[in-house]
Design a protein around this ligand. Sequence first.
Ligand SMILES: NC(=O)c1ccc[n+]([C@@H]2O[C@H](COP(=O)([O-])OP(=O)(O)OC[C@H]3O[C@@H](n4cnc5c(N)ncnc54)[C@H](OP(=O)(O)O)[C@@H]3O)[C@@H](O)[C@H]2O)c1
Length: 255
Amino acid sequence: MALAEGLISAGACKANDIIITRRTISSLSKMADQGFHTDTDNAKAIENADAVFICVLPQQLDEALSQLKPAINLEKQLVVSVVTGAHTQVFRDVFGDKLRIVRAMPNTAMRVRESMTCLSPVNATEEDVLLVQHIFDTMGQCILINEDMMSAATALCACGIAFFLRTIRAASQGGVEIGFHAHDALKIASQTAFGAAKLLIANKTHPEEEIDKVTSPKGCTIAGLNEMEHQGLSSALIKGIKLSSNIANNLYKQS
Ligand SMILES: NC(=O)c1ccc[n+]([C@@H]2O[C@H](COP(=O)([O-])OP(=O)(O)OC[C@H]3O[C@@H](n4cnc5c(N)ncnc54)[C@H](OP(=O)(O)O)[C@@H]3O)[C@@H](O)[C@H]2O)c1
């Protein structure tokens, strides 16, 4: 849904250019109200499609592929998969080796056009890659990576949103403990995190360079920062990212 809404808010296409399927049509009533075509029949839905986006959970993939297989048109259609942990070989085994496919790993910031998306094309034409890059560029930024980096991209990019959100929540909880009302603490923490990210992106600097600018000798920032490191801040993030990457790699199991 975030992908479809991102496409529209970015002006990449109109709602009535998109057919969204789910197994329960009632779950799509809000999308239908927004002008999207909705259906439960995957084969029928892709009949006239140029591109087929597969956005199911890993454990739902086999069923979706078996529904799409009789209808897929390999000459015409490009497949874009956001399914975590499902290697493109899984799709090629079902649809055949002529399949043109791009694996995409976006994050939910697509909704506000600030996603980071990693793309791995396999057997896709230059035109396909440009099209998919254009689509995801309108919803943030994207880079091309080798498919063997997809699990790492899942951890850093898709799971990454949750990691940073949790750090913002923790900062705002700290803010409440030192005297702010919860809504003010959250606003201050969110905007400060946004500003930190923007400094790195705008200045193309390393985080430590920006940290040096705000840590005066014997000051309060370095004291707080060092205490966080004594408590394992960087180590906890690194270990969490490694664990997520390992789990992402094993999420899809063929039935
Ligand atoms: N959320 C993220 O930030 C994010 C980022 C990158 C990648 N991903 C990956 O993207 C995939 C989707 O994630 P999600 O968070 O959107 O999961 P989700 O909310 O559970 O969405 C899965 C959707 O697939 C539908 N579905 C399942 N089987 C179907 C079928 N045979 N035909 C049509 N629709 C079917 C489900 O609807 P019904 O149950 O009504 O059929 C549901 O709407 C996952 O593989 C996830 O790992 C997610």
